[in-house]
Each structure stands twice: as structure tokens, then as C-alpha cells.
Design a protein around this ligand. Structure first.
Ligand code: BEZ
Length: 237
């Protein structure tokens, strides 16, 4: 049973109509729970066939607006600096850019000069914007010609697990990205949920609907109850 039906929601609504000026043909976009589409693209480290490259590992796949721009430079340096943290979690990093590979590589040299960090992860080129459009990375009212800062976290079975969308002038955080990867990995390992502002080592939430008897059978006496629907336990990892 899905979470929606457990909570008593009807299967699908359908009554929402966007304001007139925003009505467009609705295209499919990858959503949480979908298998991320396969694609082939050139990248800064060679040709990538996505499913073959990504299967069996976690993927942090992000678009950025443009090479040789300020906020993007800080983001690429930030993700490159976190390379060991991504590796430790079995996460591959993959960027998407509207710039050609040669431009990306020249820019990465400049990033190395400015931030003293090497960009080891691949960044694919999407000059015509076909992939960016297909993945919902173009938000025309924010920027007509370049992608916004959109990120997907994709699991080893190629399923989309998290989607973030940031505007052009707000840079992303590697710390927040790693935090949600840790959250996704712990909920998969223990079938629990993570509360607001959860950090590794903090208490997690017992499965929705788990009875007190099941909780004691699973966790012993170490779990805490705030209500029938909110119970916590601290897990090692
Ligand atoms: C930036 O990363 O700062 C940026 C990106 C696209 C256009 C302008 C600025």
C-alpha cells in the first residue's frame, strides 16, 4: 500500500488548472520514484552511456547554468572539494552543462587555479539543451537559454530519490546534499524515516503505523513514543 492510500487520500486529483498564461503542453519529467531515463552524452572524461555508468552506485546529477560564471564556479569547486565524501558514500557525481567540453575543461583549470581543487567528476555537454529540457532543468521565466541549478539523487537501481531546484543566484550546498544522501541511505538500510534537520547520529522515526509491540520486538526498550504516530529510536548507522 502506498503512503497516500495509508493516509486515506484519493488515488489522484486532477482538478488543478494552472493560470492561463502558464498553460503549456505538459511533458513528462522525471519524478521521485521514477527510473531516470537513459541517455548518451560526451563529457569532460569521455562518452557516457548513463544507465551503464550509473547502475550499482548512487548518483548525484546536477545541472549548472554556465561556465565562467561566479556562483557556478563556487559550486563546482564545492562539489569537487567534497569528492572524498561522495566516494565514502558510494556516490558518483555527474554535472550537466550547456557549454562544450573544451570550454568546461578550460573553466575547470581556472577553478583549480582559484580554489586549488581538481574537478575529477565528469560534466556532460548538452549544447542544444535537449537533455536539460527533458529533465526539467530549463525554467524559462528564470533563464531562457541556460539550465537552472537542478539536482537529482539517483539510487543504485537508477530510481530518482530526491530532486532539488535552485535559482540562478543561489548556490547549492555540498553539506546539504551529503546530509540527504545519508538520510536516503539510512532509510533504505533500516526502513525508518528521518525527522526535520536530521543529521547522522541523531534519532530517526520508526516506520509509520508500527505498533508498540512491533517496536519493542524490533528495537528492544530503547525507542521513545511521543504519540501513536510519532516514535523515535537512535540507530548506530
Ligand atoms: C552565476 O553562476 O553566477 C551565473 C550563472 C548564469 C548567469 C549569470 C550568473
Amino acid at each position: 500500500m502506498g503512503i497516500g492510500s495509508m493516509l486515506g487520500f484519493p488515488v489522484r486529483g486532477g482538478r488543478f488548472r494552472p493560470p492561463l498564461g502558464y498553460r503549456r503542453t505538459v511533458a513528462w519529467l522525471p519524478c521521485i520514484g521514477d527510473i531516470f531515463p537513459d541517455f548518451i552524452a560526451n563529457s569532460t572524461t569521455g562518452r557516457i552511456s548513463f544507465h551503464g555508468w550509473a547502475e550499482g552506485k548512487w548518483t548525484f546529477f546536477f545541472s549548472h547554468p554556465a561556465a565562467f560564471t561566479p556562483v557556478c564556479s563556487t559550486e563546482i569547486a564545492c562539489f569537487a572539494n567534497a569528492q572524498e565524501d561522495f566516494d565514502a558514500r558510494n556516490v558518483q557525481v555527474l554535472g550537466l552543462s550547456g557549454n562544450p567540453v573544451e570550454t568546461q575543461l578550460a573553466w575547470h583549470s581556472d577553478i583549480e587555479r582559484m580554489f586549488d581543487v581538481k574537478v575529477e567528476f565528469p560534466v556532460i555537454e548538452d549544447i542544444a539543451g535537449e537533455l536539460a529540457t527533458g529533465f526539467g532543468m530549463i525554467h524559462a521565466n528564470e533563464a531562457e537559454v541556460c539550465p537552472i541549478r537542478k539536482s537529482f539523487i539517483i539510487d543504485p537501481a537508477l530510481k530518482v530519490r530526491m530532486i532539488f531546484e535552485y535559482p540562478i543566484r543561489v548556490g547549492r550546498s555540498s553539506a546539504e546534499t551529503l546530509r540527504v544522501i545519508d538520510a536516503l541511505q539510512i532509510i533504505d538500510r533500516h526502513e525508518v524515516a528521518t525527522p526535520s534537520d536530521w543529521m547522522p547520529g541523531k534519532k530517526v522515526i520508526l516506520p509509520y503505523g508500527m505498533s508498540d509491540e512491533e517496536a519493542t520486538a524490533t528495537y528492544g526498550s530503547d525507542w521513545q513514543k511521543l504519540s501513536d504516530y510519532l516514535k523515535f529510536v537512535r540507530l548506530d548507522a
